[in-house]
Design a protein around this ligand. Structure first.
Ligand SMILES: [Zn+2]
Length: 185
């Protein structure tokens, strides 16, 4: 009985061409990172089907060869019980931990790239929020991270050092602020 589901899925993804990923391809090419076609297709579909104007995607990259090891998107989980959204950095790190990986991959140095892309593919500022900055800092050594980058509006990646993750002030996410205000009512 899986046929209707599959048909629905195809219909949902029908109008997708990879046009909304052109800026992303160019941006990452400048850093010698190439996105495999299956991941590109997934990103393109996620942008296309996004109910919101922007989507975040994070990439965990192998420092030795610039291959993408794990990637993940942000998700909105709006309910009374759990009003937070799951940010792409945290989703990607958790996804990575769930994988069964070879010792080699566990030991290799990694780069984390956090990107913001609009529905039509415009790159935006993806500086992590305070919660994510703490989370990345706390997992920095365990993941063998060596560099953190986030996209900005000028189509370049800005670097964040481990020290900056710890000492800089980052914005509180909208979801966190909302739930904080709700608790004060
Ligand atoms: Zn965040």
């Amino acid at each position: 009985m899986s046929l209707p589901n599959r048909r629905e899925k195809n219909l949902k993804y029908k109008n997708t061409d990879l046009n909304n990923t052109i800026n992303l391809i160019h941006l990452l090419e400048n850093y010698n990172i190439q996105i495999p076609s299956n991941i590109l297709y997934d990103i393109s579909c996620n942008l296309f089907n996004n109910t919101y104007n922007n989507k975040h995607v994070s990439l965990l990259i192998d420092y030795r060869n610039n291959n993408i090891i794990t990637y993940g998107f942000n998700y909105y989980l709006k309910s009374d019980k759990f009003p937070f959204s799951l940010h792409s950095e945290i989703n990607t790190i958790n996804k990575h931990y769930r994988k069964k990986l070879t010792k080699n991959i566990n030991k290799t140095k990694k780069i984390l790239i956090i990107l913001k892309i609009s529905k039509i593919g415009v790159i935006g500022n993806s500086k992590p929020c305070q919660h994510c900055a703490n989370y990345i800092y706390n997992n920095y050594d365990n993941l063998n991270l060596t560099k953190i980058y986030y996209s900005n509006k000028n189509n370049i990646l800005e670097e964040l050092t481990k020290d900056e993750l710890n000492k800089k002030k980052f914005k509180l996410s909208a979801g966190f602020k909302r739930s904080y205000l709700d608790n004060k009512k």
